[in-house]
Design a protein around this ligand. Structure first.
Ligand code: ANZ
Ligand code: ZN
Length: 851
């Protein structure tokens, strides 16, 4: 008797599939395409369960689509630039390239052990010159389109990693997403991508993404942050200049009692009077190191100071003080605001704290005298104290004030986005070099196409976390200007790695092309990605940048679609059981804890037990390698798919892993014990009841599994259906029937996307010589689903007296006739007058009789 031995059959089939190139992307243009994509990993060195879950989900989809007749692209690659490699070089003296490629090799072999049907011929690594050649070429596309530019900017500086960070890489506490360091503000010349030019499109096209979770679309919309309002100007007394502000409430302009500049605003020193100079400068110094998050935090008092300068409100001629305050951000709008304390909560607090006047200009419909305000009145209402606009509703007032401002030259309508331009330069070595040369006479000159890629020099010294080692390589830095030939210098900044990942999905369509980033016909053929699967942590940055890239490349004529990802599935976290000492806050490794009686091994205190995202620091991780060694990939896959719907968090549970292992063992036994020679031919024979019942179970399984895999991808319920089918086969009394044969084969075929190795092995054992993965997905025979008899309940006065078997789908009159003829009706209705008959089709007949 044979036993299910995953560790034996899995490597065997992986080898066979690799040799027979089963997972190559087919070049059959007449078939419909399907592009199934997982977010590619950073090659940290080893897979974690989050990766495993991500790739297994995509693999099931890819395998299903192949069986459904699509030509499928299912690639994998490496997001391989980034700081950890550089830090490894500093800490351990291994060159970043070597460290990275070692990690890639290790992780690739782990992925292969999962039985993922990946076309490895299309593998890409963003750190490879064949790839970053085209990242550089694409950068120059942006540069030529005027979408890449350099400017001085107050930037987020990470003092640990010694690099600039994008706003998106700083968390709500003002810390670096990577190093955790408190971020500082610094003025530096940096490269930007002009993503703001695409703000409107990026917002509007969210409507096209019908296959995206609403919450991701909402996050993107909030990030883009569209505000509709006005740009208004306030002349400065005694100067020729005006202060421009952006406001969403032009209807409150008569209530402006002061204006506030950001401390960094270029007008700040100019409006400051000499007696205020010292105080203003001290204040600026204080604010300088606060992060944007701290400056705008709701719960913090807003700090500000008078500059001594004054402005005029052109609408009513009133003289108003000019202040500077930390809550006004230089990078948003115009870097200046009009203060309307009566109608803005923040302004109200600020005015109270700083003794500034408060002027009511909007009142709720019914009151004319609001009395002294306890809080800002921020609701819509009627305009008062607003000259010719008195009595106008505030909503109409917005438009009216803008029209008036335009007529008088005080300002105009304006739409403002919260989205800023994307800061893309990094002062690090292990990234894609920015392919430009700075010439004293020609300025910023692109590296000519023929000289691409600008290779990262390999002989580099890493001496602690100082400035980028590239800047110190004078041989590399000093080059003749491509334009005039005079001595010039290379750009030493490298690109944000989010650029590398903003186009890798395009490269897969033509991964080995040495002459271009991708051929247009190939990218148009495969894109957009039909199903993208990855973590919610990429909901904003990566997805927004990839959408931006797609639109820019479309406008450059390089491709012909608007959006890169048709459908998006954000998989939930994998959580591990976590033990924590409630008093010390220390996490205790699960290996040191008795799960029956969880106690701190040192102090014997009772531990708190809960599920949390697996992480090294919490000692709650499960190593995929160990699970594979113990149970094999198929069990791991089945468990992951069965335990929770893909977008929900998944609690790792050894007992459930064991349960799936037992299920696969049962299937193994069921199929290997089946001997097809026992099957009797039943041509032209009417099916028995047992056969009909089994066929119904088989086709119900096909129907349910297929439906579970359409639309929402309910893998968990699909796996339950497979378990039901296996049970139905076990219970069947017709094991020598061709229907049983049909059922065994169906079970193996339906199992193929989930447990690909086991299904392949069993398929061969059933005597087939082709691959189960080349079989067509099964079709439902709707005749088999028909239930031909039902059980009808007979009630008298609502009381059940028995049941009878009747043909399915009779009409009410027919059911009544059957019921009347039944033995219980005959017995209980004898000598009684039937007053009413209630019929529930396919369920029951209830007789109401006279008392
Ligand atoms: C006057 C006013 C009156 C405002 C009122 C609001 C309510 P969103 O919706 O986020 O775009 N603002 C403009 N630029 C700013 C900056 N650089 N730093 C801090 N605050 C700034 O918000 C727009 C509102 O935020 C603007 O409308 C402005 O205050 C403020 F009853 O103008 B408002
Ligand atoms: Zn030059």
């Amino acid at each position: 008797e044979s036993r299910y031995n995953a560790t034996e059959i899995e490597p065997k089939w992986q080898k066979t599939w690799a040799e027979s190139e089963t997972d190559r992307t087919p070049e059959t243009p007449n078939k419909s395409k399907y592009y199934a994509l997982s977010m590619f990993p950073y090659p940290s060195g080893s897979l974690h369960m989050g990766h495993v879950r991500n790739y297994v989900i995509t693999d099931v989809i890819a395998r299903l689509k192949r069986m459904q007749g699509y030509r499928v692209l299912h690639p994998m690659g490496w997001d391989a630039f980034g700081l950890p490699a550089e830090n490894a070089a500093i800490d351990r003296g291994v060159p970043p390239a070597q460290w990275t490629y070692q990690n890639i090799a290790q992780m690739r072999s782990q992925l292969q052990q999962l039985g993922l049907s990946i076309d490895w011929e299309r593998e890409v690594a963003t750190c490879s010159p064949d790839y970053y050649h085209w990242t550089q070429w694409l950068f120059l596309q942006f540069f030529q389109a005027g979408l890449a530019y350099q400017r001085e900017a107050a930037v987020n500086w990470d003092p640990i990693d010694q690099t600039v960070l994008a706003n998106e890489q700083v968390d709500s506490e003002g810390r670096s997403w990577r190093s955790g360091a408190k971020v500082e503000r610094k003025l530096l010349k940096q490269w930007f991508f002009k993503i703001t030019d695409y703000a409107e499109q990026l917002l509007n096209d969210l409507d096209k993404l019908t296959g995206w979770p609403d919450r991701v679309k909402l996050m993107q919309a909030n990030w883009i942050g569209k505000s509709v309002g006005a740009y208004l100007e306030f002349p400065i007394i005694g100067m020729d200049e005006k202060i421009g502000v952006f406001t969403t409430r032009p209807d409150t302009v008569y209530g402006v009692t002061y204006v506030v500049l950001a401390p960094e605003h270029p007008l700040t020193p100019q409006v400051t009077t000499s007696d205020r100079k010292e105080a203003v400068e001290a204040f600026i110094k204080e604010v300088k190191n606060e992060s944007e998050i701290e400056r705008t935090a709701e719960d913090k008092p807003k700090r500000g100071i008078l500059t001594g300068g004054k402005a005029i409100n052109p609408f009513n001629g009133s003289e108003i003080p000019i202040l500077i305050a930390d809550y006004v951000l230089y990078e948003y709008g115009t870097g200046a605001v009009m203060g309307v304390p009566a109608h803005d909560t923040r302004d109200f607090k600020f005015a109270k704290e700083n003794n500034l006047p408060i002027q009511v200009v909007i009142v709720p419909e019914k009151t004319n005298d609001p009395g002294e305000l306890q809080n800002a009145y921020i609701e819509p209402g009627i305009m008062v104290n607003s000259g010719q606009f008195d009595g106008t509703s505030s909503e109409t007032g917005k438009t009216k004030i803008i029209e008036y401002a335009e007529a008088k030259g005080y300002g105009k309508a304006r739409i403002q986005y919260r989205l800023r331009d994307w800061l893309i330069s990094r002062q690090r070595y292990w990234g894609c070099p920015i392919p430009v040369i700075h010439c004293p006479s020609c300025g910023t000159v692109p590296v000519p196409d023929a000289d691409l890629p600008v290779q990262l020099p390999e002989q580099v010294e890493f001496s602690g976390r100082g400035p980028s080692p590239l800047a110190k390589l004078s041989d590399w830095v000093n080059v003749p200007c491509p334009s005039c030939g005079e001595p010039a210098k290379r750009e030493t900044d490298t690109m944000d790695t989010f650029i590398d990942s903003s186009w890798y999905f395009l490269r897969y369509s033509d991964a080995k092309n040495p002459d271009s980033a991708f051929a247009k016909d190939k990218v148009n053929d495969w894109m957009p990605v039909d199903q993208y699967v990855g973590g919610i942590e990429h909901a904003i940055l990566h997805l927004l940048y990839s959408r931006f890239f797609t639109k820019v490349l479309r406008d450059r004529g390089l491709l012909d679609f608007d959006e890169p990802f048709q459908r998006l599935l954000t998989q939930g976290m994998v959580q591990g059981i976590t033990y924590k000492n409630p008093t010390t806050g220390k996490y205790i490794p699960s290996a040191e804890v008795n799960p029956e009686d969880p106690k701190d091994p040192e102090t014997s205190e009772a531990l708190s037990v809960f599920y949390e995202k697996m992480s090294k620091s919490k000692y709650n991780g499960v190593d995929p390698q160990q699970v594979l060694a113990k149970y094999g990939a198929d069990t791991a896959r089945m468990f992951i798919l069965f335990k929770a719907p893909p977008e929900k968090d998944l609690e790792w549970d050894d007992a459930d892993v064991e349960g799936q292992f037992r299920f696969l063992n049962r299937v193994w036994t069921q199929v290997t014990e089946y001997n097809s020679s026992q099957t009797t031919s039943s041509e032209n024979k009417e099916l028995t009841k047992a056969e009909k019942d089994l066929r119904r179970a088989i086709h119900t399984a096909i129907k349910e599994v297929s439906e579970d895999l359409e639309g929402e991808y309910q893998f968990n319920t699909a796996v339950s259906e497979l378990m039901k089918l296996s049970n139905a086969l076990k219970e069947a009394s017709c094991k020598d029937s061709p229907v049983y044969h049909e059922g065994i084969e169906a079970l193996v075929i339906l199992l193929a996307p989930f447990a690909p190795h086991l299904a392949e092995e069993l398929w061969q054992q059933l005597g087939h010589t082709d691959s189960v993965h080349h079989q067509s997905w099964l079709k439902v025979d709707s005749n088999a689903l028909v239930v031909d008899e039902i059980t009808l309940v007979i009630q008298i006065m609502g009381k059940t007296r028995g049941t009878i078997q009747v043909p399915a789908n009779l009409n009410k009159a027919e059911l009544e006739t059957y019921a009347l003829q039944s033995e219980m009706a005959q017995r209980y209705l004898e000598g009684k007058e039937v007053k009413k008959v209630i019929v529930v089709p396919n369920k029951l007949v209830n007789f109401v009789v006279a008392k």
